[in-house]
Design a binder for this molecule. Structure first.
Ligand code: FAD
Length: 535
């Protein structure tokens, strides 16, 4: 056992230094726009009085495209959307039993989930501060339920610690806090903070540490009632003559530090994952379907845009039937809102200015893979009492997420059996769909031994193989934002771009909708100004 003053300080600094990684990551995310709060105010986006007879062609029928169509039609424009797919929504997509999906490379998967089960291969959670998404959900009557991000009974798992056996979130959290609190208390006792704080402040700090860290009367974090009330008991208190409660043993501080399990603690604390998160009842595409109900009559489906031209008089767009490419068709309009992802747009011959062309080419798309696994029974609830939330692991699947719906029901359930990024994602993208499911099962069974016996069927989406987006989301860096972001968002002749890639909240539906609302507001003003000049 420690502690000499020096070791305590070193250990404390080491812990704080290592968890500062989370803070640093959060700051980096903020500078990339990830963690920003939405600036939406519905009163700012009411448009009216379109110049008589003017038309807007919208390219892409995802949320950005449909938002533009809905608001521009209300303002009085003649609107049409060209959409690649036979349905609207783009990345706001849900896979259910009977759905077929063909990825780049030619593999077709048929989803075999039972009725009522689904996987959201793309968006799956809505933060409470994504005001624009929530505004349209309310307006279009999309029913929401709570998405459970943090579950204290879910697992943290490392192949390199505790013989590969998972620990419960609550154990890691309580022990992490407890050890930090004890170290800090010792620092206070040994007058280590005297220069930084008054006597009264250090007394307050001790009190906080005792509660936050579940310390005993001697400011120690040890096996006992205080720590068990945070991390759980070995034998839970019962009734009558049932066995007497047994306290649980905290994980040793050095072992916990070495395990790296604590690095998963920050996820649920980041602004974008804080409670309350939502999901639409029945699948994320309920949002897309609700938009489609409003603007579906304006959409020409199965239309793959192949060329975008503009001159002083208007915009001309060529397209072919995406299911059965043959003759080239043409659509014209006064103005154009293009929401096609940059990863695709960069491949389409277009008459953009040089600075817009450079901006389109400057943004690579991140890689991600999701794997959905249907099981014959909800063993995570029945055997392990995990109701929603996420378990984290250092294996390539990165996490397992449990359904935030139909809690405690009998019968089958679908887990998100992997949500992969970076090199893990590239590796899974290179596999066949069957192999991805097989691998997700192999890895997941190290956390849930029931996997192999209970598995029913599975499906996966590797976003770089999705033909109409070729990636997950537009990945800006501070440098590319500085050089290209404003050029990307400015109106270029008669065309304005919109979509998550043209926002400070990339990889979120909120970013797609806000970027669209901002783009059409500016386009509308531009159209009004032009019509005045021509009058
Ligand atoms: C794995 C993953 C997880 C995510 N998680 C979340 C989350 O939890 N919460 C959240 O809010 N957001 C999340 N997002 C982000 C969210 O899905 C997007 O930000 C949003 O849906 C993008 O909308 P969009 O309209 O900009 O683009 P899209 O939805 O991609 O729409 C673009 C449309 O253009 C069409 N198109 C493409 N090429 C052509 C062409 N040549 N001709 C005609 N049409 C074409 C496409 O078919 C598509 O319909 C996630 C995304 C992914 C991939």
């Amino acid at each position: 056992m420690e502690p000499t003053q020096g070791i305590s300080r070193r250990a404390l600094l080491s812990w704080i230094g290592k968890t500062a990684g989370a803070v640093a990551m959060y700051q980096a995310m903020t500078s990339l726009g990830f963690a920003a709060e939405s600036s939406f105010d519905s009163n700012n986006y009411e448009l009216s009085g379109a110049p008589k007879g003017s038309s807007v062609l919208i390219l892409g029928g995802g949320l950005a495209g449909m938002t533009a169509a809905y608001e521009l039609r209300k303002a009085g424009y003649k609107v049409k959307i060209l959409e690649f797919n036979p349905k609207a929504g783009g990345r706001c997509w849900t896979l259910r039993g009977g759905d077929k999906y063909t990825e780049l490379g030619g593999h077709t998967q048929e989803c075999k989930f039972d009725e009522g089960q689904y996987l959201n291969p793309g968006p799956w959670r809505i933060p409470y501060h994504h005001h624009a998404v929530l505004h349209y959900c309310k307006q279009f009557d999309v029913k929401l339920e709570v998405f459970n991000q943090v579950n204290h009974n879910a697992y943290f798992h490392s192949t390199k610690a505790f013989d590969g056996k998972p620990k419960r979130y609550r154990e890691v959290q309580a022990d992490f806090q407890g050890h930090i609190a004890e170290l800090l208390s010792k620092c206070v006792d040994q007058k280590g903070l005297d220069q930084a704080m008054t006597k009264q402040d250090t007394e307050r700090l001790l009190l906080v540490m005792r509660e936050w860290g579940a310390l005993n009367g001697d400011n120690e974090y040890v096996k006992g009632v205080e720590s068990s009330l945070m991390r759980g008991f070995d034998v839970q208190p019962g009734g009558g003559l049932m066995p007497v409660e047994q306290y649980s043993q905290p994980i040793d501080r050095q072992e916990l530090l070495n395990s790296s399990l604590w690095k998963h603690l920050h996820y649920g604390q980041a602004f974008e994952y804080q409670s309350t998160l939502f999901q639409p009842v029945g699948g994320m595409d309920m949002i897309a379907k609700a938009f489609e109900k409003e603007v579906g009559s304006l959409i020409r489906y199965n239309s793959k845009v192949t060329k975008i031209d503009q001159d002083d008089n208007g915009v001309t767009v060529n397209y072919v039937d995406s299911q059965n490419p043959g003759e080239t068709m043409t659509e014209t309009a006064d103005w154009c809102v293009c929401t096609i992802p940059l990863s695709i747009l960069g491949q389409i011959p277009s008459t953009f200015s040089n600075k817009m062309t450079s901006a389109i080419r400057a943004v690579p798309y991140d890689s991600s893979v999701k794997v959905g696994l249907q099981f014959k029974r909800r063993f995570w609830e029945e055997d392990e009492h995990i109701y929603g939330g996420v378990s984290y692991t250092d294996m390539p699947i990165e996490l397992i997420s449990y359904p935030s719906t139909d809690y405690h029901s009998s019968g089958k359930g679908v887990l998100l059996g992997g949500y992969l990024w970076d090199e893990n994602s590239y590796e899974f993208t290179s596999m066949t769909p069957d192999m991805r499911v097989k691998k997700a099962l192999e890895y997941g069974s190290k956390i849930h031994p029931q996997y192999m016996d209970e598995f029913d069927n599975g499906i996966s989406v590797a976003w770089h193989r999705v033909p109409w987006v070729n990636g997950c989301y537009g990945m800006w860096t501070p440098e590319t934002r500085e050089a290209h972001y404003n050029n990307l968002c400015e109106i270029d002749g008669r065309i304005v771009l919109a979509g998550e890639h043209a926002s400070y909240i990339p990889a979120w539906m909120e970013g797609a909708i806000l970027s669209s609302l901002d783009a059409i507001k500016r386009l509308h003003q531009h159209a009004l100004d032009s019509s005045k000049q021509n009058a």
